[in-house]
Design a protein around this ligand. Sequence first.
Ligand code: GRF
Length: 231
Amino acid sequence: MTIHIAVLASGVGSNLSAIVKSIASGRLEGRVKLVLSNKPDAPVLDIAREHGIPVWARDHREYESREAFDADMLEAIRANDVDTIALAGYMRMLSPMFIRAYEGRILNIHPAILPSFPGVSGYVDAVEYGVRISGCTVYFVDEQMDHGPVIIQAAVPVGPNDTPENAIARIHALEYRIYPQALQWLARNRLSVEGRRVRLRAAKFPNAEIASCQTGALGPWMICPPLEEGF
Ligand code: GRF
């Protein structure tokens, strides 16, 4: 199935670019129907426009409440026939009302290995803490910050002389691989969630994705969900 994605973002938009590239190359069966931002001057909007993707951008400070802003976003999302929401550097908590409207269909990417280093400066906090491994996590969004069930994580080594800046460059390179991969699993209805546990359903037709999970072809540092029992 082709998923219809709305991307919510507040910043640069490199993950949007990665999603768009994955769609163009056929690795992700999806369409980005709309890009929404709470920052009307965010560079991500230029990337969307370059690709001919409609944009919706409003300054959240002009709204009386989080719910009022989210309700406006929802209206735009619903008008664009969207079934999946990908947060990509969206720097605001979503209201419970918004999350319930797309329960189980909202994904986020975080630049750290959750549950360590949640929050707005995850990769900086990890390097400053002196970790030896950092990375990124794609998860289903729930009502708590950086908390929902984990779909896939990828790890990078962090050296003693690394700065947050060079660590994030390595983390980004993995984000651009695992986020489209997680979305593709959703497109193929391959993800099942039980409590906090995410599993990968058997593919209807054996394909490259499953092979790559089993053989480590995604890279030894990208850890997929376990396959459902019985496969
Ligand atoms: C990424 O590092 C992502 O993990 C975090 O915000 C950043 C967004 O980067 N949630 P970009 O705007 O996609 O370049």
